[in-house]
Design a protein around this ligand. Structure first.
Ligand code: GLU
Length: 928
C-alpha cells in the first residue's frame, strides 16, 4: 500500500506489466458514484452528461462503459452521506465524485481514504494539505491567492479594503495580506455580517473614503452586495472592485454595466471557447432529456448566451474525463476489476492508488483549460482569464498564469478609447468657487439659472474640454466657499476637495492649486496655468520733485570732497606758483631792469583759475612753470571726468520719477510689523507659509497667525478690498495670476517683488478617476492650439474692465520725459541767490570805497561822498566817467623777488582783474 502512493511506482508498474505482457482489460461496465445535493443539481447534470459523452465517444474507453450511480444527499447530513457512500461501495464503484458541501465531503473523503477508492472533488477547499486519495480539480488556494496579488500589484493599488464572508475566504487572500508591506498604506479587512443587509458595513467603507475593494463572498451574494453598494453610492466611476469568485459571469450584472464602476474578476472557464460552447449547448438539450427545464433565464437562452456555466460544473465535467483518461492509461498496464467493498470490513480496492497516481500525472485539456497537477498533487498550474465589466458585459482584458503572472491583452489605446466612449453624454457635476476671473456671476437684468448664471475663464475652459470629450456638466458652487485644506488633527478636507472626496462632484474647476497634500488625496490633470505667490500692495506714492534735484547726481560726500579738492588745488597752485621762479614776471616789459617782479597767482587768482576750469570756462590766467602746469593739467582732467559723470547722471535723475515704497520684497515685509499682511484663509498660499521650512516664511506665518484682528481674508475680493482701504497699512499675499487680474483693473494697486514659489492650477477629480488621462489630454490639446492663451487674454485683458490701467502707465511714462519747473527750479534759485549776493557785495564795495575816499579827503563826509558817487553812477552814460584827483599813495609792495614774505599782486592795489574776458592790467597811479 505504501508503494502504491508514489506516481513513480505507477509508471514502473505499468512498464513492468507491458514487459511481462500481463493480461490487461477493463470490466464492461465501470460504475462510478456521484454524490450531489438536490439544490445544486447542475453538478449532477454535468456528471451525467460527461459520462454520456465518454460512453458515446468510445475513444477513451472503447471496450467499457461508464455507469453513473447517483446519490442525492443533504449538504448538512454527513451521517446520511456516509451511508450513501457505503451503499455505493457495496455496489462496487471505481471512484466517487462529490459532494460539494464541505461538511459532507470530509466524511466521504475519510471513507474513500480507508477503502482506497479514488475521490474526485471539484469544490473550493481551503485546506492546504489534503488526503492521498483525493484529487481536487479546483485551483489550489495558494496559487489562486497569487493571482490576486499579481493583479493588485499590476494596478498599483496602494490601499484597499478586503471584504470577506467567511474565514475560509481569508485563506484565498492570504498571499494578498502577506504581500502588503508594513511601509505601505494600511489595508482594511472587514467581514460581511450575518443577514442580508450589508449597508452598514458598506457605509463604513464609504466613510473611510476607500475606493479599492477586494470582495470575497459566495457567488450568490455578489449581486446583493453590489446592489446595496450601488444604493449607498459606492458604485461610482471612482470605485474599483476585485471579485475573487471565479463565477462572476454567472451573476446578473446588467444593472452595473453603465455605472462606470471598475468591476474585475478572474474566470477559469472561457465561455467563448468553441469546445465550451459545444458542451454547453449539448448540455441544455441534455437537461431537457433528463426531464428538467433548463434553468437559464429566457433572455439568456434566446441570445444563446452561454456564459452561465459555473466553474464547479465545468470542473465536474473535466473530473469525469480525467478519471476516464487515467483509467484508459492504467488499462494499458494492468487488468482492472472493480469489486464491491463493505464499509464494515477492512477491505480495500487494490487499483485505487494506481488510478489516483495516474490521474495526478495525466495532462489533458478540459473545459477549464489544461488540467495538470504539481508534484504534491495540487492544481497549481492553470490559466485564468482577467475579465472586466464593460457596457457590453464582461470582457476579457488579460490572462494570468502562475509562471508569467498577469498579462493584460487590452492595449493602452483600447482602454483609452473605451474611457472616451464612456464619457459621451455623461453629465459631470463640476464644483467651483466664485473667484474672479475664473468663475463669476453674470451681470444680467433677468434671473438666470443653472450654468447660465456663471461666466469666466474656468467656465469657458470646461466648455472647451466638454466639446472635445463630449460630456455634459452642471456647475455647483462649493457650499463652504473654500478651496480645500486638510485639517491635520481630524485628517479631514474641506471645500472643493471635500466635495470631490465625498463624490458629490466629479470635477473641480477653479483656481485650484496643485499641491503635494491635495495630490495625495485626489487626482489632478496637467496644469492649465502656471503661477507663483507674490505680494499685492498699493502703488508707491510719487515723490514731489526736489528743488535741488540737480544736486542728486552726486552724493553729498562727493560734493564735499569736490569742494575740498577745489580749495586744496587752489591753495597748492598758489603755493607752488610762489615757489616757482618762472611764475615771477616783469610787470613792465619795456623796463628791462624792473624794480619789482609780479606773480599772477595770488590766492584769489588761484581760486578764480580753478573755479573757471571747474565750470568749463576759462580765466585768462595761465600757468607758466611746469609744476603749476602739472597741477592745472591734473585739475582739468579731474573736472573733465567729474563733469561728464555729473551730466550723465543728471538726465536720469531729472527724468525718472522717484517712487517711495516701504516694501520691495517678502523679506521687507517680514522685517517690519507696521504693515500688516495676510493671505486667503484655507488656501494654498496660507498652506505654503504654514508648511515652509524657510525662516523668513516661518516668521511671516507666525506673524499672520498671531495678528489680531485676523489678517486672513475669506476671499480674494476681501483681501484686495483690505489692501485698497488699508492705504498702505496692509499687503495681501496672493497668487500672481490673480494679482495680474487685479492690477489690470485697479490702478492704485501693484505687485511687489517677484514670485516666492512656482506652481500650477489643475482640474481636480476624485481619486482613481478613469477620466484623468482623457481630461489631461484635452487640456494639453487646448494649450497647444493656443486656446488657453486666448481665454487668458479674454478674461484678463479684455472683459470686465481689463486694460483700464494700461492708459495710466503710458501717460505717466510719456510725462516722465518732460522736465517741469519743479525739476529744475533749484538752478533758478541758485542763480537768483548768486545775483543777490553779487548785489550785496556791490553795495559793500560801494560803501567801502566811498568811506575810503571820505577818510582820505577829510573835507567830505561819508554820506556826501556816497551821494556824489551815486549821482555819478546814475548820471554817467557809456563806460567812462570823470576821474577824481587824489593823492598818489605809491606802491606798498616790497621788491623782493620771491618768497612768501613778499607782497604779491593781491597786495598791490593797482593790479585788478577785469573779469574773465577782460585783460589784466595795471591801473595808472594817477588815473587822470
Ligand atoms: N489657488 C488657491 C488654492 O487653491 C487659493 C488662493 C490662495 O490661496 O491664494 O487654494
Amino acid at each position: 500500500m505504501f508503494a502504491t502512493r508514489s506516481p513513480l511506482w505507477a509508471l514502473w508498474a505499468s512498464l513492468l506489466a507491458v514487459v511481462l505482457g500481463a493480461a490487461t482489460g477493463l470490466p464492461d461496465v465501470i460504475r462510478i458514484g456521484g454524490l450531489f445535493h438536490p439544490a445544486d443539481d447542475r453538478q449532477e447534470v454535468a456528471f451525467r452528461y460527461a459520462v454520456e459523452r465518454i460512453n458515446l465517444d468510445r475513444g477513451l474507453l472503447p471496450r467499457s462503459r461508464l455507469s453513473a450511480q447517483i446519490e442525492r444527499i443533504s449538504p448538512q447530513d454527513s451521517f446520511h452521506a456516509s451511508k450513501r457512500v457505503c451503499h455505493l461501495l457495496r455496489a462496487g464503484v471505481a471512484a466517487i465524485f462529490g459532494p460539494q458541501s464541505g461538511q459532507t465531503a470530509s466524511h466521504v473523503q475519510s471513507i474513500c481514504d480507508t477503502m482506497e477508492i479514488p475521490h474526485l472533488e471539484t469544490r473550493w477547499d481551503f485546506r492546504l494539505r489534503r488526503e492521498s486519495c483525493l484529487v481536487n480539480l479546483y485551483p489550489h488556494p495558494t496559487a489562486l491567492s497569487r493571482a490576486y496579488v499579481d493583479v493588485v500589484r499590476a494596478w498599483g493599488w496602494k490601499s484597499f479594503t478586503i471584504v470577506y464572508e467567511s474565514n475560509e475566504g481569508l485563506v484565498r487572500l492570504q498571499e494578498l495580506l502577506k504581500a502588503h508591506g508594513p511601509s505601505e498604506f494600511p489595508i482594511a479587512v472587514r467581514q460581511l455580517g450575518e443577514g442580508s443587509d450589508y449597508r452598514p458595513l458598506l457605509k463604513q467603507i464609504k466613510n473611510s473614503a476607500e475606493s479599492h475593494i477586494v470582495l470575497d463572498c459566495s457567488t450568490e451574494r455578489i449581486y446583493d452586495v453590489l446592489k446595496q453598494a450601488q444604493q449607498i453610492g459606492m458604485m461610482s466611476d471612482y470605485h474599483s472592485y476585485l471579485i475573487t469568485s471565479l463565477d462572476l459571469h454567472t451573476v446578473d450584472l446588467e444593472e452595473f454595466k453603465y455605472g462606470g464602476t471598475n468591476i474585475t474578476a478572474f474566470r477559469l472557464v472561457d465561455p467563448e471557447k468553441a469546445e465550451v460552447q459545444k458542451v454547453v449547448r449539448d448540455w441544455m438539450h441534455g437537461e431537457m432529456r433528463y426531464g428538467r427545464k433548463p434553468e437559464l433565464a429566457p433572455h439568456v437562452l434566446k441570445k444563446d448566451n452561454l456564459t452561465f456555466i459555473k466553474t464547479e460544473t465545468a470542473l465536474m465535467y473535466d473530473a469525469v474525463h480525467l478519471f476516464a483518461k487515467a483509467l484508459h492509461d492504467l488499462d494499458s498496464s494492468q487488468r482492472i476489476d472493480v469489486k464491491p467493498l463493505s464499509c464494515d470490513a477492512s477491505d480495500t480496492w487494490p487499483h485505487g492508488y494506481s488510478l489516483i497516481n495516474y490521474m495526478k500525472i495525466v495532462e489533458m485539456k478540459g473545459l477549464t483549460g489544461v488540467i495538470k497537477f504539481d508534484n504534491q498533487g495540487f492544481r497549481s498550474n492553470f490559466m485564468l482569464d482577467v475579465v472586466e465589466l464593460t457596457r457590453d458585459g464582461l470582457q476579457k482584458i488579460g490572462t494570468w498564469n502562475s509562471t508569467a503572472g498577469v498579462n493584460f491583452t487590452r492595449t493602452y489605446g483600447e482602454a483609452y478609447t473605451q474611457i472616451v466612449e464612456s464619457l459621451q453624454n455623461k453629465t459631470f457635476v463640476v464644483t467651483t468657487i466664485l473667484s474672479s476671473p475664473y468663475c463669476m456671476r453674470k451681470d444680467s437684468s433677468e434671473k438666470l439659472s443653472g450654468n447660465d448664471q456663471f461666466e469666466g475663464y474656468g467656465v469657458d475652459l470646461v466648455e472647451e474640454i466638454s466639446r472635445i470629450l463630449g460630456f455634459n456638466y452642471t456647475f455647483k458652487l462649493v457650499p463652504d466657499g473654500r478651496y480645500g485644506s486638510l485639517n491635520r488633527e481630524t485628517k479631514e478636507w474641506d471645500g472643493m476637495m471635500k466635495e470631490l472626496l465625498d463624490q458629490k462632484a466629479d470635477l473641480a474647476i477653479a483656481d485650484l492649486t496643485i499641491t503635494y497634500d491635495r495630490e495625495q488625496a485626489v487626482d489632478f490633470t496637467m496644469p492649465f496655468m502656471n503661477l507663483g505667490i507674490s505680494i499685492l500692495y498699493r502703488k508707491p506714492i510719487k515723490q514731489p520733485p526736489n528743488l535741488f534735484s540737480f544736486l542728486s547726481p552726486l552724493s553729498l560726500d562727493v560734493w564735499i570732497y569736490m569742494a575740498t579738492a577745489y580749495l586744496g588745488v587752489s591753495v597748492l597752485l598758489f603755493i607752488l606758483a610762489r615757489f616757482s621762479p618762472y611764475e615771477w614776471d616783469n610787470p613792465h616789459p619795456c623796463n628791462e631792469v624792473p624794480d619789482v617782479l609780479e606773480n599772477q597767482f595770488s590766492l584769489l587768482n588761484s581760486l578764480w583759475f580753478t573755479i573757471g576750469s571747474l565750470m568749463q570756462q576759462g580765466s585768462d590766467i595761465a600757468p607758466k612753470a611746469v609744476s603749476t602746469r602739472m597741477v592745472a593739467g591734473m585739475w582739468w582732467f579731474f573736472t573733465l571726468i567729474m563733469i561728464s559723470s555729473y551730466t550723465a547722471n543728471l538726465a536720469a535723475f531729472l527724468t525718472v520719477e522717484r517712487m517711495d515704497s516701504p516694501i520691495e520684497s517678502a523679506e521687507d515685509l517680514a522685517k517690519q510689523t507696521k504693515i500688516k499682511y495676510g493671505a486667503l484663509r484655507g488656501g494654498s498660499t496660507a498652506a505654503f507659509f504654514r508648511d515652509s521650512n524657510f525662516s523668513t516664511y516661518q516668521r511671516m506665518w507666525s506673524f499672520m497667525e498671531s495678528a489680531r484682528p485676523s489678517v486672513f481674508a475669506s476671499s480674494n475680493i476681501e483681501g484686495v478690498d483690505r489692501v485698497v482701504k488699508g492705504k498702505g497699512s496692509y499687503a495681501f499675499l496672493m497668487e500672481s495670476t490673480s494679482i495680474e487680474y487685479v492690477i489690470e483693473r485697479n490702478c492704485e494697486l501693484t505687485q511687489v517683488g517677484g514670485l516666492l514659489d512656482s506652481k500650477g492650477y489643475g482640474i481636480a477629480m476624485p481619486p482613481n478617476s478613469p477620466y484623468r488621462t482623457a481630461i489631461s489630454g484635452a487640456v494639453l490639446k487646448l494649450q497647444e492650439e493656443g486656446k488657453l492663451h486666448i481665454l487668458k487674454t479674454r478674461w484678463w485683458k479684455e472683459k470686465r474692465g481689463g486694460g483700464s490701467c494700461r492708459d495710466d502707465t503710458s501717460k505717466s511714462s510719456s510725462a516722465a520725459n518732460e522736465l517741469g519747473l519743479a525739476n529744475v527750479g533749484g538752478v533758478f534759485v541758485v542763480l537768483m541767490g548768486g545775483m543777490g549776493v553779487a548785489c550785496v557785495i556791490a553795495v559793500c564795495e560801494f560803501v567801502w570805497k566811498s568811506r575810503k575816499v571820505a577818510v582820505e579827503d577829510r573835507s567830505t563826509s561819508l554820506c556826501s561822498e556816497m551821494a556824489t558817487e551815486l549821482k555819478m553812477a546814475m548820471r554817467c552814460r557809456g563806460s567812462t566817467r570823470p576821474a577824481r584827483n587824489k593823492k598818489n599813495k605809491g606802491s606798498k609792495g616790497g621788491s623782493s623777488q620771491g618768497g612768501l614774505a613778499c607782497g604779491g599782486p593781491s597786495d598791490n592795489p593797482h593790479f585788478v582783474s577785469l573779469g574773465h574776458y577782460g585783460q589784466y592790467g595795471f591801473a595808472t597811479k594817477d588815473p587822470s
